[in-house]
Design a binder for this molecule. Sequence first.
Ligand SMILES: Nc1ncnc2c1ncn2[C@@H]1O[C@H](COP(=O)(O)OP(=O)(O)OP(=O)(O)O)[C@@H](O)[C@H]1O
Length: 264
Amino acid sequence: MDRREKELVAFDRVGKMYNNGTVALHSFNLQIRKGEFVTFLGPSGCGKSTALRMAAGLSEPTDGEVTVFGQSPKQTIQETTNVAFVFQEPTLLPWRKVIDNVVLPLELKGVSKKEARSEAQRVLEMVGLTKHLYLYPRQLSGGMQMRVSIARALAAKPKLLLMDEPFAALDEITRQKLQVELLEIWKKEAATILFVTHNVFEAVFLSTKIAVLSSSPGRLTEVIDVNLPSPRRLEDRTSEIYNDYVEQASKALEEGSNKQKEGA
Ligand SMILES: Nc1ncnc2c1ncn2[C@@H]1O[C@H](COP(=O)(O)OP(=O)(O)OP(=O)(O)O)[C@@H](O)[C@H]1O
């Protein structure tokens, strides 16, 4: 297999300095392969969102190169519907009903009305919203709105899903439920997911690989391969192996922050 086919996303010595002089990322190297669930874990301000936005073509590196499917993210996003983005907030269109929000990316893709509605129903069923198709976003809870957002991202069957703290605003029970659903979807759709969080437990539960970042300037401090039994179940979070990974990731976070203090 060609290297570019295997590496869906590649960060090659990526740096980002914003106009005000803030160095958000410094010499960031990471390759993400097909089928991986990679989490960016790090404290607030360490450049997680910056890295994700670069992969989505929403921000340009000031140093090095980011490629998605072997070319610039902007080009990939213009040419294909292989990449979808889920933000921290649901960002639904308030004047469109649930089903019409999910149908939208398919309409834009030129899919026939009938096919688009049937696909929208399929993904909304997958996230447990079959009974809510004809409601408006304001009639749903925050967790339900988030599920609509995820369904909308999945509707176009993206090969790469970029998620920036999608569960941050949710209560713990809803968050856990969506974590399990997301893992099921990831398996079922054979997707590759790049996920941002500052929650160690979430990172360990979801990921096949955790990229630990530290701040000032944002940089990669450790990559942890997470080999937990599959499928992952919420009750396994008390297992010894799970807790070992939590400890390893917490230590990596702590070491990153100590190095930062030493350098300060
Ligand atoms: N548009 C911008 N202009 C200037 N500085 C920015 C801009 N966007 C982000 N930054 C700075 O870059 C650094 C990294 O920000 P980023 O949002 O990528 O971090 P993060 O790890 O995602 O943080 P959080 O977990 O709080 O969302 C921060 O110091 C932030 O203040």
